[in-house]
Design a protein around this ligand. Structure first.
Ligand SMILES: CC(C)(COP(=O)(O)OP(=O)(O)OC[C@H]1O[C@@H](n2cnc3c(N)ncnc32)[C@H](O)[C@@H]1OP(=O)(O)O)[C@@H](O)C(=O)NCCC(=O)NCCS
Length: 164
C-alpha cells in the first residue's frame, strides 16, 4: 500500500469508495435517511475535482491499483475534510497513516492546529489520534440532520532556530 497525491483520474474511485463506505460502515451509526443524504453527492465529479485541486488530498493505493482509502486537508483553514477507508480494509492502520501524513503536512505549512467534523463512526478513532471534542453539531445535509463532532488537535510548533 502506498500513499500518494490524488489526481483528477482518481475521482471515479474516490466517489465510489465514499458511497460504499458510508453504505457499509457508517450505516452502523446512522439511519437509512441519513446515509442516503450523506452519500448523495458521491457522483459530483466537479465537486470532487475541486477538492482534489484545492486540498492536500491523499489516496492509499493497493498493489493492484485499487484505492483502500483517502484523506484530505484544507491547507488554508486546517480542516481535515475527508477520511474514508474501504469497508474491506478497515482496521489495517490505513487511516492512521493517512492522518499522520496530513498532520505532517499541516506542521510543515506552519499550522498550529488541525480540526475536523468527525462522524459518530470516526469519533473514537480521532480521539485515539489525540483530537479533542469541542462540540456536537447537527448540520443539515440535503434536508436531513447528521450528527457530527467538531474535534481539534493542536500541533507542536517547531522551535525557531537560534541564531549563532
Ligand atoms: C474511522 C476510520 C477512518 C478508521 O479507519 P481505519 O483504517 O479502520 O483505522 P486504523 O486501522 O488506521 O486505526 C488506527 C488506530 O485507531 C484505532 N481505532 C480505529 N477505529 C477505532 C474505534 N472505532 N474505536 C477505538 N479505536 C479505534 C485502532 O485501534 C488503531 O489503533 P492503534 O494505532 O493503536 O493500532 C474508518 O472506520 C472509516 O472509514 N469510517 C467510515 C468513514 C468515516 O466516518 N469517516 C470520517 C468522516 S468525518
Amino acid at each position: 500500500m502506498i500513499l500518494r497525491q490524488a489526481t483528477a483520474a482518481d475521482v471515479p474511485q474516490i466517489g465510489q469508495l465514499f458511497y460504499d463506505t458510508i453504505t457499509q460502515v457508517n450505516s452502523r451509526d446512522y439511519s437509512l435517511a441519513q446515509v442516503e443524504a450523506w452519500r448523495g453527492g458521491w457522483q459530483n465529479t466537479a465537486g470532487w475535482e475541486e477538492k482534489v485541486a484545492a486540498q492536500h488530498f491523499l489516496v492509499a493505493e493497493a498493489p493492484d491499483g485499487s484505492l483502500s482509502g483517502f484523506g484530505s486537508l484544507c491547507p488554508t483553514t486546517g480542516l481535515l475534510d475527508f477520511l474514508f477507508v474501504s469497508a474491506h480494509c478497515q482496521g489495517q492502520g490505513i487511516a492512521r497513516q493517512l492522518v499522520q501524513a496530513l498532520l505532517g503536512h499541516a506542521t510543515a505549512l506552519g499550522l498550529t492546529a488541525v480540526h475536523t467534523e468527525a462522524s459518530l463512526t470516526a469519533r473514537p478513532f480521532f480521539a485515539h489520534c489525540g483530537f479533542q471534542q469541542v462540540q456536537e453539531q447537527q448540520p443539515i445535509i440535503r434536508g436531513v440532520a447528521l450528527t457530527n463532532f467538531r474535534m481539534v488537535k493542536p500541533l507542536a510548533v517547531p522551535p525557531l532556530s537560534t541564531p549563532l
